[in-house]
Structure formats: structure tokens, C-alpha cells
Design a protein around this ligand. Structure first.
Ligand code: SF4
Length: 208
């Protein structure tokens, strides 16, 4: 396993040395909202609406008092927009009422926000607070299964497996590299196996 881990890390460092979060944000709480909005949607789409949202509503207070129909119209392209609009206003209210407008870093507090589960909380902890986490999204899950780093389909179990396999100091970087690798190379359909240097350790049945 040690050799396999080194092969994966070396390849990702060669292919994706600068992988980082692609969601655009200026403030901590904007990131939380952007991640919540990214459920069942692409980062690119989220990035197309959040600048409009946060220019029109530049503070927690303005979001708290926003007109829900207006928020719905702005975020409509993202899908699930009715729930997501409600969540934005609830997030702003909770931030103001319970956290003095300061985004909390601990998981117990983060999962109190609507639309925020274990994965989103971990994404926020890693991105904003640089706390070592290994959030598992659809890309991380697919790559982990193909590279036989887990036997499980359950994201919480996969997260535990990845945290056990890789060194803690590399979790955040690897999390981004797994996402980028899954998004741009090891795609769900027609992955770029032809040019991939992991074919020998990959168990994907369409490998060359
Ligand atoms: S060989 Fe193909 S399926 Fe396997 S890791 Fe590389 S791109 Fe993904």
C-alpha cells in the first residue's frame, strides 16, 4: 500500500500541483453559502450567480432581511432554488442570532446551518480554517473506488478510509487533487485512461 500511495501522490503532484477550491468568494460566510448552493450543481454555475447575489446583498444583515422571491430569482439557474433560497436567509439569521456574525469552525456548530451536512462542514473547515479534513464528494468517491482505496460506497466510511491511508498534513491538498482529477480526468463517463499513469493500480474495467 505504501508504494501505491506514493505513486498516487507523486502523480497528483505532477498533474495537479495547484489544485484548489474553484468556488469564488470574498467572505467566510459567502463560502458557506456557496458550498450549500453547490449541492447537485456545478461550481461553475454557482460562480455565475454568487457575485450577483453578494453584490446585491453585501452583508449578513442584508441577506437576513432579503426578499425571498428576489433570492429565488437570482439563484434559479442552480436548481432546488426554493429550498436553497430559504437556506440562505436561515443561514444569515443563524449567523446573526447565534454566532454574532462570525462563522464557527467546529463541526457541531456548522451542521446547525440548514443545507449543511458533514461534507459541507468539512469543506468549510478545510478551506476557511485550514483544519485537516478529507471531504468526500462524488468525484472523491469515484476516484477512491476506482483506485481501490476503499471498498465502501458510503461517503463517511470512504472519508475514514482516506484519512487512515493518507498523512494528515496532505489531506486538504489531496482532497482538491482528487476532486480535480475526478472532474477533469477520471470522469464518470469516458475517463481519460489513455494518458493516465495510474492504470496499473486502477481497477476500473475500462482501463486500456
Ligand atoms: S486509469 Fe482511468 S479510471 Fe483509472 S484512475 Fe486513471 S483515468 Fe481514472
Amino acid at each position: 500500500m505504501d508504494n501505491k500511495i506514493k505513486i498516487i501522490e507523486d502523480y497528483f503532484n505532477e498533474l495537479l500541483p495547484d489544485a484548489k477550491c474553484e468556488l469564488i468568494y470574498n467572505k467566510d460566510y459567502e463560502f458557506l453559502i456557496a458550498v450549500m448552493l453547490s449541492a447537485q450543481c456545478t461550481d461553475k454555475k454557482v460562480n455565475s450567480v454568487t457575485p450577483i447575489l453578494f453584490i446585491k446583498y453585501p452583508t449578513i444583515d442584508s441577506l437576513k432581511n432579503a426578499n425571498i422571491n428576489d433570492i429565488e430569482n437570482i439563484i434559479k439557474p442552480l436548481g432546488l432554488f426554493k429550498n436553497k433560497a430559504k437556506n440562505i436567509i436561515k443561514i444569515a439569521n443563524l449567523l446573526a442570532d447565534e454566532f454574532n456574525n462570525i462563522l464557527p469552525s467546529n463541526k457541531e456548530d456548522l451542521i446547525k446551518f440548514p443545507g449543511v451536512g458533514n461534507k459541507t462542514a468539512n469543506v468549510v473547515r478545510a478551506e476557511i480554517f485550514k483544519i485537516p479534513e478529507f471531504p468526500v464528494d462524488t468525484h472523491v468517491k469515484r476516484v477512491s473506488l476506482r483506485l481501490d482505496l476503499t471498498k465502501s460506497e458510503d461517503v463517511d466510511t470512504i472519508e475514514k478510509d482516506l484519512k487512515r491511508i493518507f498523512k494528515k498534513e496532505n489531506w486538504i491538498k489531496l482532497h482538491h487533487q482528487f476532486i480535480h482529477f475526478g472532474r477533469y480526468y477520471c470522469k464518470a463517463i469516458n475517463p481519460s485512461c489513455k494518458n493516465c499513469k495510474l492504470t496499473k493500480i486502477c481497477k476500473y474495467n475500462a482501463k486500456p
